[in-house]
Ligand binder design. Structure first.
Ligand SMILES: *Cc1c(COP(=O)(O)O)cnc(C)c1O
Length: 488
């Protein structure tokens, strides 16, 4: 079913008509409210806060952040947002920072700053734990910086400071720690990693994209939170996403720098073309001020007391979920989550198929995010709990129990050997998007219709393939998805 009209209409259409199209299109999306999707979306459960953000976003929709001298409102709001963030994360209202479109862009700028601060290094490297977010690999790819990914402790899933120090060379421009890691929700030993880096004169970045607006409040609520922010000696930059536990509309993140020279290395300038002199703090040049205003309004509407309460209920939701999962036969929580991000794994003693479990759970109304096994760490299903999760915990636990009961008799699940053999024989260089799309139903993959949301076959296949095979397939899939050849 296609709700929208193809192409540009000859005559303009009325807004009500357009909104009806959007409503029809989003009807098949995962729901963004109601705590049935515990990843991607962050909900305060407070309609007044959401409304403040929406209205502020629209009020600044047409302001262009390209030129902060033309639109000084952008500077004023950004300074407030950065200052309010930095003062909670070991800095002050004088801490230099940049407001960006998201965690990936913040990380990209932190890596660029570190790279450009060392023009003497011809082939720069960054050292990260293998559990660091993929955004560091993306930064390495975009910025031509080599990424050295170091194994972590296989039981705690935390970075190994000795191994990280040993991986540093004269070409290392940045060492990274996560607070916490996205996949397992554990906090790397930031103090050790930063001290070792500082001893060699290497900057250290803390990726608190998901933790930056959560950990301070969890600590106040009584959780055991080790030092992780700019108050730690040797930490030179930090990223924190407002569009995660800042509860802001998407397109909002912050990168903080210990010193102002580092922020200047993140900037891009160009005065060698015949147009206006370009001086950009971010990857984007022209950019709407809506996300900035939405983030600012969310912070102002919640206030410290709002975040504190959300932190308290997030912590209690997490504890209840972990206790609930521990009582389900066959399911375990990987590591000891220190935040509200939880990786559910199969109990090696009585293994069940996580991918089948995810499908069962989704058929019962709860989306769990699949996380493939990698670098010797097991596959898992991800849950991010928020300040609005608490009232739904009993229901999630009941769904997990029923789903585990349903898949337990099927056993651990076996890799699809035939399909893997078929893929290994295919010549992808001669296969176009149409050809690839035609293969998907044969592999049991159908978008829309009855089997929609049944992803176990795909996940089982991806999990069984080596990294290069996975990356090739998902690249081809994305291109086919946006092509006209896949049923929409
Ligand atoms: C979400 C996240 C990122 C990337 O953020 P985006 O906003 O999706 O670009 C990076 N690091 C961690 C730890 C994250 O949780």
């Amino acid at each position: 079913m296609t709700a929208t009209h193809p192409g540009l209409p000859e005559t303009g259409r009325a807004a009500a008509d357009l909104l009806a199209d959007l409503a029809a299109l989003t009807a098949t999306d995962l729901p963004t409210r109601g705590e049935r999707v515990s990843a991607y979306v962050y909900d305060t459960g407070r309609p007044a806060v959401r409304q403040a953000a929406h209205e502020a976003y629209l009020a600044m929709l047409e302001v262009n952040g390209l030129d902060p001298t033309a639109f000084p409102s952008v500077v004023a709001l950004e300074r407030q947002v950065i200052g309010a963030t930095a003062t909670r994360l070991g800095g002050s209202d004088a801490t230099p920072g940049i407001f960006t479109s998201g965690g990936t862009e913040s990380i990209m700028l932190a890596v660029k700053a570190a790279r450009d601060a060392r023009p003497d290094i011809a082939e720069p490297e960054i050292v990260i734990p293998i559990t660091a977010h993929a955004a560091f690999h993306k930064a390495g790819n975009y910025l031509r910086v080599r990424v050295i990914a170091v194994p972590v402790d296989p039981t705690t899933f935390k970075a190994d400071p000795e191994a990280m120090a040993a991986a540093c060379t004269d070409a290392t421009v940045l060492v990274v720690a996560s607070a916490p890691s996205y996949a397992h929700g554990v906090i790397d030993p930031v103090e050790r990693i930063a001290a070792d880096a500082a001893a060699r004169g290497i900057p250290c970045h803390v990726d608190a994209c998901v933790g930056g607006y959560l950990l301070p409040w969890l600590a106040e609520a009584g959780a055991d939170v080790p030092p992780f922010d700019l108050s730690v000696a040797g930490v030179t930059s930090l990223t924190a996403d407002l569009h995660k536990y800042g509860y802001a509309p998407k397109g909002a993140s912050v990168v903080l720098f210990r010193d102002e020279a580092m922020r200047r290395s993140a900037y891009f300038v160009c005065a060698s073309w015949p147009g206006y002199p370009v001086v950009n703090s971010t990857v984007q040049s022209s950019k709407g001020a809506g996300p900035l205003a939405g983030a600012w309004a969310t912070m102002q509407a919640l206030g410290a007391e709002g975040y504190r309460e959300l932190g308290r209920s997030t912590l209690s939701a997490t504890r209840r979920l972990i206790a609930g999962v521990e009582a389900i036969d066959g399911l375990i929580v990987l590591g000891k989550p220190e935040t509200a991000l939880i990786a559910l794994g199969a109990d090696p003693a009585s293994p069940l198929d996580p991918w089948a479990l995810a499908d069962e759970s989704r058929s019962r109304g709860f989306f769990l995010q699949p996380q493939l096994s990698a670098a010797g760490l097991p596959a898992s299903l991800h849950l991010t709990l928020t300040g609005a999760s608490e009232q739904g915990i009993d229901e999630i636990v009941a769904v997990l129990r029923a789903s585990a009961d349903a898949v337990r008799p099927l056993g651990p699940g076996t890799p699809p050997a035939d399909l893997i053999a078929l893929i290994q024989e295919l010549d992808f260089s001669t296969l176009d998007d149409a050809g690839f799309a035609a293969l998907l139903p044969m592999a049991g993959i159908e978008l829309g219709g009855e089997s929609s949301g049944r992803m176990a076959g795909v996940n089982r296949l991806l999990d069984a393939l080596p990294v290069e095979g996975r990356e090739l397939l998902v690249n081809r899939f994305l291109s086919a998805l946006y092509s006209p050849y896949l049923g929409h």
